[in-house]
Design a protein around this ligand. Structure first.
Ligand code: ATP
Ligand code: MG
Length: 456
């Protein structure tokens, strides 16, 4: 890939410059006209452009503006035959990195180019650092050691590496769709640009359209001034369309057209606007069923579905629970300025057995609440919400349904205590602990059942 593009109509000058920088080890492409320059530029973006201000088919300033419009970061050094301050100022205003007056001596030229290429390196470095910092600051780390999670992470990495493909993230509530969107954006070459987020269910139809596409002044009564839409704000970056299933059928075709690379107009506008945005859509609804029901456009669905990532539920990856718990404990303990809490084994067991309809978000909330309630002590079952306990009870009832209208509570209690003892081979100390009563209470109850000798 060339890193130096030289645009100059004087052929002998072009050859000389080409030779010098080729000898210096640069990857050089030389072209004599503006049209050639643009063609070369659109094929391969160079690190640096040396641009003559006077060209046969256009002028350097126009060319500079065109190039900067598609590549704002591009470094351009202008060569001007006239020591005209005015031209130089104009060029700098249009975003040139530097300028050099003709005739120049070659050492001077070498120096300017060397400095520019160094700047290029620094800029790239800064971008990379920004990207890294952004990705840690936004906590894009997808935790979990299970095979399904590893697979999901690999898929997300792959998608991050293809920064133009639209993505559809599907999964139940709380499975980490937004986290995945962050990971995709901040792991991609778009990381130094914006990740703009919008929830399609949060706004009525016309407001969402206004939000996405912007409007021109006077487009409607309240449009006092022109406003850019989110698509324009996300230019160069990514747009996260959360709850895409709620987007109205009227807006869906507009989105599809953008996905197909077509320009759009602001509300009330005539100018066509093109943006370079990666769409990351998310939903917890079954889009294929919605297509069947006619509430979601088939063509849009198929366009989005090309790269679909289905996020696994927490019950499909229970092995990840301990790691996630540890992470959330550390997080919440730190937030509350408390010492890192620990969970007792029975409490962990209860977390492992629960069905987690609210997935990772529910787990996070449960841990946060427990850290508060335990107030520095070990987190026990009593610090967990009642739902978890109820779920555990009903699950064990399902394996051995004891339900009959002829039984009293005392009957059930007796049966339960005796079964527990049997399972623990008569170990009354452990049984009392498991049952959550004192040893003496257990003795008393056994005595009442006339069963105390059986287990002594
Ligand atoms: N694998 C994971 N590792 C660490 N944290 C996770 C993971 N998955 C989800 N989380 C955390 O769980 C919470 C919920 O995730 P997120 O908001 O991304 O879910 P969602 O799928 O967008 O949910 P909803 O459909 O309800 O909007 C967040 O705090 C997120 O950081
Ligand atoms: Mg979400």
């Amino acid at each position: 890939m060339p890193n130096l593009l030289i645009v100059e109509d004087d052929e002998s000058m072009l050859d000389t410059l080409g030779d010098i920088f080729r000898d210096a080890g640069e990857n050089v492409v030389t072209v004599p006209t503006g049209a050639d320059a643009l063609e070369e530029f659109s094929r391969n973006q160079p690190d640096l452009v040396l641009l003559d201000i006077r060209l046969p088919d256009t002028d350097g300033l126009t060319l500079l503006k065109k190039m900067k419009a598609t590549a704002p970061d591009l470094l351009v050094v202008i060569m001007t035959a006239y020591p005209q301050v005015q031209t130089a100022i104009q060029a700098m205003k249009a975003g040139a990195y530097d300028y050099i007056n003709k005739p120049f001596d070659l050492d001077e030229m070498r120096l300017v180019v060397k400095k520019a290429l160094e700047t290029r390196l620094l800029k790239d470095e800064v971008n990379r650092f920004r990207r890294e910092r952004a990705s840690t600051a936004k906590s894009t780390k997808i935790l979990g050691a299970s095979a399904v999670t590893a697979q999901m992470r690999a898929l997300i990495q792959m998608v991050a590496d293809t920064p133009r493909t639209p993505v559809l993230l599907t999964g139940e509530s709380g499975t980490g769709k937004e986290l995945a969107a962050n990971a995709i954006h901040y792991g991609s070459a778009r990381a130094h640009k914006a990740l703009v987020k919008v929830n399609c269910s949060a706004l009525p139809d016309n407001l969402l359209e206004d939000e996405l596409f912007g409007h021109e002044r006077g487009a409607f009564t309240d449009a006092k001034e022109t406003r850019k839409g989110l698509f324009e704000m996300a230019d160069g970056g990514s747009l996260f369309l959360d709850e895409i299933g709620e987007m109205s059928p009227a807006l869906q075709p507009k989105l599809l057209r953008i996905l197909e690379g077509e320009p759009f107009r602001r509300v009330g506008g005539t100018r066509e606007i093109r943006v370079d945005v990666r769409i990351i859509a998310a939903t917890n609804r079954d889009l294929s069923a919605m297509v069947e029901a006619g509430t979601f456009r088939k063509d849009l669905y198929y366009r989005l579905k090309v790269m679909e990532i289905g996020l696994p539920t927490l019950r499909q990856r229970r092995e990840d629970i301990p790691l996630l718990v540890e992470h959330f404990i550390a997080l919440h303990s730190r937030e509350m300025g408390k010492q890192t809490a620990t969970f007792t084994d029975p409490a962990v067991q209860m977390l492992m057995n629960y069905s987690w309809p609210g997935n990772v978000r529910e787990l996070r909330n449960v841990v946060e609440r427990a850290v508060i309630l335990a107030n520095g002590d070990a987190i026990d079952r009593k610090h967990l919400p009642l739902e978890l306990c109820k779920a555990a009870v009903s699950e064990s009832f399902q394996t051995a349904p004891p339900f009959s209208l002829d039984l009293t509570l005392e009957d059930l209690e007796r049966e339960y205590i005796l079964r527990t003892l049997k399972k623990l081979k008569g170990n009354r100390t452990v049984a009392a602990k498991k049952l959550g009563i004192s040893r003496s209470t257990l003795f008393e109850k056994l005595k009442r059942y006339g069963a105390e000798t059986k287990w002594s």
